[in-house]
Each structure stands twice: as C-alpha cells, then as structure tokens.
Design a binder for this molecule. Structure first.
Ligand code: NAD
Length: 267
C-alpha cells in the first residue's frame, strides 16, 4: 500500500472506505469533500489526526484540486496515490428534456475532476521521481447502455478512456493509472436514504447474493494502488457482483423516478 494518498469524495461512501483502508495500512491521507460537515465527521471517525488532513474542495475547481496536491506535500512530504473518486449521479430524465446546464455540471464534477486530479497528482509524482498510482472511480454504467442515466454513463465512459490514455502517457514515469468500475453499491448516491428500494436489483438481476458495500470497492481500489498491482496499468476493473456478466438493465428495474422526471442529482 502506498504511504501518502489523496482521496476525493472521502466524506462518505466509497471514498471514506478508501481513506479508512489507507489509514489502517499505516498510510497518511489528504481527504477532500465538498460537504464540510461530512468531511470533518469522516476525519473524526478515522481517529488518526496525525495521518489525516481534510480540505473542503470542489473537485471541478482547478485551484482547489491543486491545493490537495500541495497539502499532501506540506503535511506529509510526498504523494504516492491519487484516488479520483468523487462523483455525482448527475442529470437524469429523457434526453429530449435535458438541459445543457445539468449536462455540463455532470461532466464538470465527474470528468473534469479526474482530469484535474490526474494533472496535479502526476506533476507532483513526476517531480518526485519515484512513480505512483492513480485510481479513478468509474462505473459499469460507462461500459454498457443499461447501467445508468445517459449523462452519468457518458461521464464514466470518459473516465475509462482517460484512464487508458493517461496510463500510456505516464507509464515512462512509473505512474500507473487504473479505474475501478463498481456495480450497484449501497451508498447515498444509489439509494438516497432508502436502501430497500434498490434491493430488487440484487434479487432480480445481480447474480451475487449480497448487497454491494463501499468497502468491497475500496478493497479493489487500494489493491490497484498497491505494489501487488505493480504490473497493472490502463485497466478498468469491474467490481459488480456479476452484473456485467448478467447484462445490467438497471434503468428498466428500479429507477422509474428517473425516467418520469427531469433534473440533476447532486449526490
Ligand atoms: P456518495 O454520494 O456516498 O459519496 C460521494 C462523495 O463525494 C460525497 O461525500 C459528496 O459530498 C462528495 N462530492 C460530491 N460532489 C463533489 C464535488 N464537486 N467535490 C468534492 N466532493 C464531492 O457516493 P459513492 O457511491 O460513494 O460514489 C463514489 C464514486 O463511486 C462516484 O464517482 C460514483 O459515481 C461512483 N460509483 C458509485 C456507485 C454506487 O452504486 N454507489 C456505482 C458506480 C460508481
């Protein structure tokens, strides 16, 4: 496990579990979230004040993301891993009803963030000269047509593409770039406070019997950042309880509210 990491969207869900895993392995973490309260609560829960630093940053904002890399250097003296994890559900509803603003916001939070995180982490890692690992949280929605709303799916396909192109570009610097592609994971982003609503996915279409939990994704993401994955780069690894194997049709099943309405979800 790399020793100093930045984790975006670390206030809850998958990002928090990535930060927890890094800290449990003895590492130090710069945690970032837009939600100050969530972020500070997450820091308290990790109970490792000397090895955890929180910054309230919007990941679509370049000076903010640059600040994260600076914080890693200032507080912990180096940077080994960048987890570009923060994301939102984004624009939903029929394509014929979607607004340009909602579409652009979805791309700013889900894709510009990964570009910025990669840019500023890679600058530091190249200067450091000892390589590093970048892990982007994509989604199975970026691999198929039935895994999420159009804008969200397009952003995650872009993240997978960016993962591959930057893996090729950064390999000479010994910086590995990979993506983890979760299926249905029971976080706020998915269930919006009503986990039972999405249980039908698990019962009807996800082959694996248990609910996807954030720590299951964190384990894959931190493995990708670790030396155990030292020959793995440019990969998009699915962790989805077999959904892709079974062909997901999530939009047919339990997202009727997303099909009837139009708007943007910031969670
Ligand atoms: P979550 O909503 O539980 O956590 C996301 C965190 O990101 C929140 O703490 C939120 O405050 C933060 N955030 C949102 N916008 C931000 C911004 N502009 N700047 C900084 N922080 C911001 O969601 P999660 O399920 O843990 O999602 C994490 C990642 O996993 C996302 O990229 C998401 O698209 C991806 N993902 C989730 C699922 C799932 O089923 N939950 C499936 C596939 C992919």
């Amino acid at each position: 496990m790399s020793s100093v990491a930045i984790v975006t969207g670390a206030g809850g869900g998958i990002g928090f579990e990535i930060a927890r895993t890094c800290v449990a392995a003895g590492g130090s973490v710069v945690m970032c979230d837009l939600n100050d309260e969530r972020g500070r609560h997450a820091v308290d829960e990790l109970a490792a004040p000397d090895r955890v630093h929180f910054e309230r940053v919007d990941v679509s904002d370049e000076p903010g993301v640059e600040r994260l890399a600076e914080a890693a250097m200032r507080r912990f003296g180096r940077l080994d891993a960048m987890f570009n994890n923060a994301g939102i559900g984004g624009a939903f509803g029929p394509i014929t009803e979607q607004s340009v603003e909602d579409w652009d916001t979805t791309f700013a939070v889900n894709v510009r963030s990964v570009f910025l995180g990669t840019k500023h982490a890679a600058r530091v890692m190249i200067e450091q000269g000892s390589g590093g690992a970048i892990v982007n949280t994509a989604s199975i929605a970026g691999m198929t047509g039935g895994g999420g709303p159009q804008a969200y799916s397009a952003t995650k396909a872009a993240v997978i593409s960016l993962t591959r192109t930057t893996a090729v570009e950064l390999a000479p610097h010994r910086i590995r770039v990979n993506a983890v592609c979760p299926g249905a994971v029971y976080t706020e982003l998915l269930h919006r406070g009503r986990p039972e609503q999405t249980d039908r996915w698990r019962e009807e279409i996800q082959p694996w019997p248990e609910r996807g939990q954030p720590e299951m994704i964190a384990d894959v993401a931190t493995w990708l950042a670790s030396d155990a994955a030292r020959f793995v780069t440019g990969e998009a690894v699915t962790a989805d309880g077999g959904l892709m194997a079974a062909t997901p049709r999530l939009m047919d099943h339990d997202l009727p509210h997303l099909q009837r309405m139009t708007g943007i979800a910031y969670g």
